[in-house]
Design a protein around this ligand. Structure first.
Ligand SMILES: Cc1cc2nc3c(=O)[nH]c(=O)nc-3n(C[C@H](O)[C@H](O)[C@H](O)COP(=O)(O)OP(=O)(O)OC[C@H]3O[C@@H](n4cnc5c(N)ncnc54)[C@H](O)[C@@H]3O)c2cc1C
Length: 475
């Protein structure tokens, strides 16, 4: 019997699991995919928003500003890359300049510090690749960037190191509430829990319904991206936004924490989730990005991808105990700025909601720190030699583009939460994220996954069920 079961291994469920593991509670995470961070927390802009965008008094405004404050120390504890790179909302017309004043005033009401409106000269000095047609910008110095899947994986790994249990391939399809909840997976497994928290992203409405709460309606909006190679590092150093319109924040131009350049996202309403990119979507991104910046080095494009926003029809985050099912807490409609807000949502759900339902006694053995996923290539020669002497697998390069060693991949397949798929290794180590996109290293990565997880080589998949890489022998 678990005290709390969390449904959904995205950034919200992941940080919630970690927050719960700070207390003497038996907790678990139920994730329908073969790995965690496979929903919106896998593919987004990675912006730690300052908090001037959401309307004063909304959940979005409250959790965004608090989440932004929590992010630097959280990332430090978890050994996750975070950069306080600042963000610029760029104005291209007189109307835009007026909107910047409103945004600044709203940000100040929300409690965002260090907001400044800068003129064209200051702007072009900060970001020389912005088009000369820009007229000024709102500079938010507290804006940042983080790797969303690294944060999610590390939070879940740290929670597991502190005693939490993870069930993958556990698609919740049934739930019965007697004295406690009995939750059933598609393959027939069951768990019991006193409290359930629904963090199922795009499927939060369906999951609530499984429990008997049909009040949550979730819409889906796709966002496509273009990713440029690290050769383009420094093209821009801050996150560049257009001045928002009624249709939203629009296409961004920004660096990632790994020094790539990211362009996107688009915004396309969907009937059902699909993360394919399209020529028209990528054309739209380029056309908008060209309005923001000159001479974008598109020849450095290495991939395109898409993520799906799960928005609620209330246009705010829904974070509350279900009005119909006691003991079911819904965290639904967590669209942008959900990544930024996740640490604050986790804090509120545990201390503000679960604390009213269960006694919270501190776990005195809680260790907030996770060994950082150091990248071998970033170590000094002395450190590299020391590591190779201790463990010769660090002397063998597997991914040539990103210079990732066998030792790092073994580590990804043996530490919490273990990688069991090629994409799982990619998200933990960057093996396969370089120019050749895994063309050379994939067979070796598969061998290591099979060995560490005692799987058959041919059963290793790209990203779980239905994504088999090897189907049979040719000779
Ligand atoms: C294009 C795009 C750009 C964005 N940019 C930003 C940004 O720059 N900054 C920012 O702050 N936010 C941003 N966001 C928002 C942010 O990504 C999301 O708010 C956040 O990732 C939501 O996390 P989550 O844990 O709620 O959902 P998810 O990450 O989607 O996780 C939900 C999980 O639930 C699992 N699940 C679903 N159904 C079941 C079931 N029946 N049983 C078990 N498991 C189930 C899914 O497999 C999934 O792993 C962006 C979002 C998108 C799509």
């Amino acid at each position: 019997m678990f005290d709390v079961a969390v449904i959904g291994g995205g950034v919200v469920g992941g940080l919630l699991l970690r927050q719960l593991s700070k207390y003497q509670l038996k907790v678990c995470l139920l994730e329908k995919q073969a790995d965690v961070s496979m929903g919106a927390s896998r593919a987004n802009s990675g912006v730690v928003h300052a908090g001037f965008d959401a309307k004063e008094g909304t959940n979005k405004a409250k959790f965004n500003v608090r989440g932004n404050q929590m992010m630097p120390s959280l990332c430090e504890e978890l050994g996750v890359k975070f950069k306080n790179n600042g963000s610029l909302v760029v104005a291209f017309s007189q109307d835009d300049l007026e909107t910047l004043k409103d945004l600044k005033a709203r940000g100040e009401k929300n409690g965002v510090p260090d907001l400044e409106i800068i003129d064209k000269e200051q702007l072009l000095e900060l970001e020389p690749n912005i088009n000369d047609t820009a007229m000024g910008a709102l500079y938010a110095k507290t804006g940042g960037i983080v790797c969303p899947y690294e944060l999610t994986i590390s939070a879940i790994g740290n929670a597991m190191d502190n005693g939490a249990t993870l069930y993958t391939d556990f698609e919740v399809v049934g739930a019965v509430r007697d004295e406690f909840f009995t939750v059933t997976a598609k393959d027939g497994r069951t768990i019991q829990a006193k409290i359930v928290v629904n963090c199922a992203g795009l499927y939060a409405g369906e999951v609530a319904k499984i429990f008997g709460d049909d009040t949550i309606k979730i819409g889906a909006r796709k966002g496509e991206y273009i990713l440029l190679d690290r050769e383009s590092a420094g093209f821009v150093t801050r996150t560049l936004f257009f001045t928002p319109t009624k249709l939203g924040k629009g296409v961004l131009v920004l660096p990632t924490v790994d020094n790539n350049i990211l362009l996107g996202p688009t915004a396309e309403e969907l009937e059902e989730g699909n993360t394919e990119t399209s020529k028209s979507g990528l054309d739209r991104i380029m056309s908008k990005a060209n309005q923001m910046c000159k001479n974008i080095p598109y020849y450095n494009t290495i991939t395109s991808f898409a993520g799906i926003r799960a928005y609620s029809y209330t246009h705010d985050f829904i974070i509350e105990e279900s009005k119909i099912i006691k003991g079911l807490i819904n965290c639904a409609g967590i669209e942008s700025p959900g990544l930024t807000s996740a640490p604050a949502i986790a804090e509120y759900v545990v201390n503000g909601l679960i604390g009213g339902l269960l006694p919270l006694k501190p776990n005195n053995n809680f260790n907030p720190y996770r060994k950082p996923d150091y990248f071998f290539k970033n170590l000094s020669d002395e450190k590299k030699n020391e590591l190779i002497r201790e463990n010769p697998s660090y002397g063998k390069i597997i991914c040539r583009c990103e210079q990732i060693t066998e030792g790092e991949i073994i580590r990804a397949c043996t530490e919490n939460p273990r990688a069991t798929t090629v994409d799982g290794v990619k998200r933990r180590t960057r093996a396969g994220m370089g120019r050749c996109q895994g063309g050379f290293c994939q067979p070796y990565v598969m061998e290591i996954i099979a060995k560490c997880n005692q799987m058959e080589y041919k059963s290793v998949t790209k990203s779980g069920k239905g994504s088999n890489i090897l189907l049979g022998e040719t000779k």
